[in-house]
Ligand binder design. Sequence first.
Ligand code: NAP
Length: 246
Amino acid sequence: MTFNNRIALVTGAGRGIGKAIAETLSQNGVTVICVSKSPESCGSVAAAITAAGGKAEAVPVDVSDGPAVAKAAETLLAKHGKIDILVNNAGITRDGLIARMSGDDWNAVIQTNLTSCFHWCKAIGWPMCRARYGRIINITSVVGLVGNAGQANYAAAKGGMIAMTKSLAREFARRGVTVNAVAPGFIKTDMTAVLSEEIRKIAVAQVPMQRMGEPADIANMTAYLASEEAGYITGQIFTVDGGMAM
Ligand code: NAP
C-alpha cells in the first residue's frame, strides 16, 4: 500500500478498532490525528505511536458536538494545511428492545454514530474536495445491513451511515474524494467485552468462521481503502465478518 505523506484523522482512536486503524496507518508512514472523547485514551495511543517512531497527535473531542467538531477541524486544517484521510469510527451502543428504549438512548446512539459523520464530513470533506484528493472511510456494522433485535437505534445509525456513504460518494466522486464504508461483524473490543458469555456464544455461533474478529482485521481493510491504490473504489460497503452476513 502506498501513502504519499498523507495525514489521517481517526475518530474513536483511543481504543479497539480505532486504535488498530491509527496504529496500522502510522506503520504505513501516515501522520495520524487520534480523536477520542477522553484525553487519556487518544493521548495514550498517540504517545505509543510517537514512541514507536510514528507521527501522531491526540485531539479529545466529543464527536456528537457539532460546534466542537467544526472548531477542532478548523484548528487542525490551519495547522496541517490538509487532512487527506478521514475515518469515522467513534461509536457507542445503548441496547434495548424498543418498548423499553428511552429517547435519550435513541438520541445518544444516533448523534454519536451517525450525526458525528455529518459533522466531520462537512468540516473535512469540503476541504478535501477543494484539494481534489481525499479518502473517507465510515465504520458501520453488519447490523446496519441486516438489523438486530434490541439494537433499533444502533441499526438505524449504522444503516444511515451506509446511505450517507453512498450519497457522499456520488457528491464527491468528481473531486477525487472516495467515500466507502467497512461493516465489521463481531470484533473483540471493549464494546463486545461487556456482553454476557451467553450472548457472545450465540453471536459466535452465527459466524461461519466460528470465532470473533480482531481489530486488525478491520484496520487492514480500512488502511487499504485509505491507500493511493484504492482510488477507483467509491460508494462501497465492505463487510469484514467471518462470513456472518453472506
Ligand atoms: P470501543 O472499543 O467501545 O471504542 C470506542 C471508541 O469511540 C473509543 O475510543 C471512544 O472514546 C470513542 N467514542 C465514543 N463516543 C465518543 C464521542 N462522543 N466522542 C468521541 N469519541 C467517542 O468500540 P469498538 O468496538 O472499537 O468500535 C469502533 C466502531 O466499530 C464503532 O463505530 C462500532 O459501532 C463499530 N463496530 C464495532 C463492532 C464490534 O464488534 N466491536 C462491530 C461492528 C461495528 P473514549 O476512548 O474516549 O471512550
